[in-house]
Structures are given as structure tokens and as C-alpha cells.
Design a protein. Structure first.
Length: 485
């Protein structure tokens, strides 16, 4: 029975990963991006373990590189979110990847100088300026990858995120064994290599049909009137709330480790690698084997993992490090869930790709910024293990409240909550698989998909009306929309 279980598990995962053509260029480019992020911000390679308060820390023990880059990251996502109304897809421009790669490379180069960490005159300015433009450049890079994966769909987003996490973690581990100077030198070149690989697959973004393209035809709403997006907006607000909380939780956890000892930070860096791989593997298993939907993935897997992280974090060494790893695993799990949600929202709500990606990233990064500042300030008041235990208890209580209200609300039981990211793999026949892929490519709504399959089987309007229990005019409207798309 055990062998059969593992065989079935392997078959399901293999089906999810290799049932479409995995493009190494996308997996490698996305992996290089995460390698750069983890080495630059999550390890101790680019800044001292306990940085002295400087002009960017406002009197609290925050790492200037992390704080300034995160701040400009948030501002960058906010600006891109607003700009997406005029430019729905940033990845169609040849100049955008070049500018993003150049800004990130230049910023990484400036913060790589050892003398810049001393905050003396010109070197101080170079370090701070490098941290600022690093946040802007990396924000554009993530938007570009988000648009590309959104076009590919939720299922491929999960698979590519898993592959990129595993490959990027291997690169991250290799760089951690190198001297800091060598690791910095190699990391500086990662943004250029990443954006070069992105341009190799930029045609996917340029040729894909976008929701904004569809509403520009003769059936578009009159000028000045926006299409009704009530359901999508409600989903976006709910996702914004949970994203802010996850970001806030991660910022708190990272902020509490800001003043840890050298040995503790070193062990934490290696636990990061293990947690990242486990989080990516867990999401592949829960979607491929257990066929979990977004609601259960968010509220029954990611939230409990983060709550368990805070339970262990309030204990003594080495249990606090185990807590950090569990929390990191839950955060990585939810982060991939967030990315997989964008294709669903963009297709079902007919909203610009850049807009929905920018919204999700803005919320989670804003939460990280607020959480980091809050943790740094709390460290000036929290004294000893009892203080940390009280903070952890407060966070766990909030997690429980969120889970209870979210699981009991109507919005969690409808809309995006019940969407299964691996739903294409659920198709029992080649006909259903091909139909699902075509329906997604044309961005049909869930009800239109039902009508589409009945039409493809040769059913008439009367049959469709009785089968779906809808009016004749509604059937006509759905059929017209399907043919138009």
C-alpha cells in the first residue's frame, strides 16, 4: 500500500509538471530573479548583521538596504499600479526590461562596495542611492515576470514557481559558500542575465490577448463608462487584506531577527533554503495530489504554518529557529498562491494584467514594510522572552480570528475561493482538456465555460436553458459573448 501511495503521488506530480512543455528559459530566468532577491535581502552578504542606526533607520535598528529598497519597492508598485490604467501590459515594451535590469544592476553594484557600509560622506550617499534604485528596478522586474506567468495561467504559474524556487535555492546555497566579495560580484550580474532571459520569451506577452484588447472593439462599453467588476473588486479587496496580513507577519518575523548573533543568522540563512524548497513542494503536492482550492490552500495550510512559526519563535534556541523556518515555509507557500491567483482574477474579471499584478504585489510589500518598522520599534519596548511570547500570542490570536471569519464568510465560499489551480488536470478526456485550454485562452467566465462545453457537444439553446436553469435571453447573451471572444 505504501509503495502504491508513493507511486500515485509521483504520477500526479509528474502529470502536473510535464503535461505541458516546460520552457527552461522561463524557469531559469525566474530562478535567477529569486536568487538575487534571497542573496541580497535575506542573507547577510550585502549588509552587516547588526547595522548601526544610520540616516535611513530613523533611530531604530533596521537594515538600511532592506528598509530603503522595500520602501521604494512599495512606491514603485504603487506607481506601476496607477500607470497600468494607461499601459495595461508593461512587458510589451522592449525598453522596460532593459531599464529594469539596468536599474537593479546599478543599485546592486553600488551597495556591493564594502566602503559604502561605513556611511562616510560619498560612500554613504552611494550606498543609500543604490538601495533606492534597487527597489525601483526590482519592482519592475517582478511586474514583468508576473505578467508573463499570468498569461500562462494559474497551473503553469505554480509549476514554474516551484521549479524556480528549487533552482534558485540551489544557486542561493552555492553563493552562500563563497566569500562575500565573490558572492557580491556574481550577484551583481544576475539582474542582467535574468532580464536577458525574459526578453527571449517576451513574445509570449506581446502576442497574448489581453482583457483590455477585448473591450476595445465594437462591443465595448460607451466612452467614460467602466465595465462592472463588482465581484472581481470584492475578491481583490479580500486578497488585499490577506496579503497585507501575510506581509505584515513576515515583516515582524524578519524585524525580530535584525539584531541576532552571527551564528544565529548563518543558521537562519540555511534554514531559509530548506523552508523555501519545502514551501514550494508543499504547494505542488496540495494542488496536484489533494486537488485543493485557493480557499483551503490559504486558510488551512498557509495560515496554520505561519501560526506555528510564531508558537516556536517565542521559545528558546534552537526552537526559535524552527519557528522562523515554519513561518518562512508558510509565507513562501502563500506567495506562490498569490501569484497563481492573478491569472484567475485577470481572466474572470477582464481587468488589465499589469493592474492585478501590481495590486497584489503592492499589498504584500506594504505589509512587509509596516511589519519591519513595527518589529524594530517593538524591540525597543519588548524585554526578554516574556515580551516576545506576548507578541507571538497576539499574532497567533489575530491569525485565528482571520481564519475563522474568512472560512465562515460567503466570499470565501464563492468566486476565487473555490477555484482549483490544477483544474485542467481534472479533465477526464482530451476533449475536456483541449476545451479548458481554449476557454482559458479566450478568457471565458465560469458560466460561459459551461455554456461553451454544451455548445461544443451540439446542444441547442433550449437544452442549455434547462440544463443550467437560466433564462433564454441569458443563454443568448452568453453565446454571443463566447463567439465574440
Amino acid at each position: 500500500m505504501g509503495k502504491f501511495g508513493f507511486a500515485a503521488l509521483g504520477k500526479r506530480i509528474k502529470l502536473s509538471v510535464f503535461s505541458f512543455d516546460v520552457q527552461p528559459t522561463i524557469a531559469l530566468g525566474f530562478a535567477l530573479h529569486w536568487t538575487w532577491v534571497w542573496v541580497t535581502f535575506w542573507s547577510s552578504t550585502f549588509y552587516s548583521i547588526s547595522p548601526a542606526p544610520g540616516p535611513a533607520t530613523v533611530g531604530v535598528p533596521l537594515e538600511p538596504l532592506w528598509l530603503l529598497s522595500l520602501l521604494t519597492n512599495v512606491l514603485g508598485y504603487g506607481a506601476l499600479f496607477v500607470m497600468s490604467r494607461k499601459r495595461p501590459v508593461f512587458g510589451r515594451s522592449s525598453a522596460v526590461p532593459l531599464v529594469a535590469g539596468a536599474l537593479t544592476l546599478m543599485g546592486t553594484l553600488l551597495v556591493s562596495y564594502p566602503s559604502a557600509a561605513s556611511f562616510n560622506e560619498a560612500s554613504s550617499f552611494a550606498y543609500l542611492f543604490g538601495a533606492l534604485i534597487t527597489g525601483v528596478g526590482s519592482a519592475v522586474e517582478v511586474i514583468l515576470w508576473g505578467e508573463l506567468l499570468t498569461i500562462l495561467g494559474a497551473r503553469q504559474t505554480i509549476v514554474y514557481s516551484m521549479l524556480a524556487t528549487v533552482i534558485g535555492s540551489a544557486f542561493y546555497l552555492l553563493l552562500s559558500f563563497l566569500p562575500d566579495q565573490a558572492a557580491r560580484f556574481l550577484t551583481v550580474g544576475l539582474p542582467a542575465a535574468e532580464m536577458w532571459l525574459f526578453t527571449r520569451k517576451q513574445s509570449i506577452v506581446r502576442t497574448a490577448r489581453q482583457p483590455s484588447d477585448e473591450v476595445a472593439g465594437p462591443d465595448a462599453p460607451p466612452s467614460g463608462r467602466k465595465p462592472r467588476l463588482t465581484t472581481t473588486r470584492k475578491a481583490l479587496l479580500e486578497i488585499a487584506g490577506i496579503s497585507l496580513f501575510f506581509g505584515l507577519s513576515y515583516g515582524l518575523m524578519k524585524g525580530f531577527f535584525a539584531l541576532s548573533s552571527d551564528n544565529l543568522i548563518t543558521v537562519r540563512d540555511y534554514l531559509n533554503i530548506v523552508a523555501l524548497i519545502l514551501g514550494a513542494t508543499a504547494i505542488l503536492v496540495t494542488t496536484s495530489v489533494f486537488r485543493m482550492d485557493f480557499r483551503h490552500m490559504t486558510y488551512q495550510v498557509a495560515l496554520p504554518l505561519m501560526a506555528a512559526g510564531f508558537i516556536f519563535f517565542s521559545l528558546t534556541y534552537p526552537l526559535d529557529l524552527i519557528g522562523f523556518a515554519l513561518h518562512q515555509m508558510g509565507y513562501q507557500y502563500f506567495y506562490i498562491v498569490l501569484w497563481a491567483l492573478w491569472p484567475v482574477l485577470a481572466s474572470h474579471g477582464s481587468v488589465p494584467t499589469g493592474w492585478v499584478v501590481g495590486w497584489g504585489l503592492l499589498c504584500i510589500q506594504l505589509g512587509q514594510f509596516v511589519g519591519s518598522v513595527a518589529a524594530a520599534i517593538a524591540l525597543t519596548f519588548v524585554q526578554g522572552d516574556l515580551g516576545l511570547a506576548m507578541v507571538s500570542a497576539g499574532v497567533i490570536f489575530v491569525i485565528l480570528i482571520i481564519a475563522l471569519f474568512a472560512m465562515g464568510s460567503g466570499s470565501a465560499n464563492t468566486g476565487w475561493g473555490f477555484v482549483k489551480p490544477m483544474e485542467e488536470a481534472d479533465a477526464a478526456s482530451d476533449f475536456e482538456k483541449a476545451g479548458t485550454r481554449l476557454a482559458r485562452r479566450c478568457r471565458l467566465s465560469p458560466r460561459e465555460i459551461e455554456v461553451f462545453f454544451l455548445l461544443a457537444k451540439g446542444r441547442n439553446r433550449a437544452y442549455i436553458r434547462e440544463e443550467l436553469v437560466i433564462g433564454d435571453e441569458t443563454v443568448k447573451s452568453h453565446i454571443k459573448s463566447i463567439y465574440r471572444k
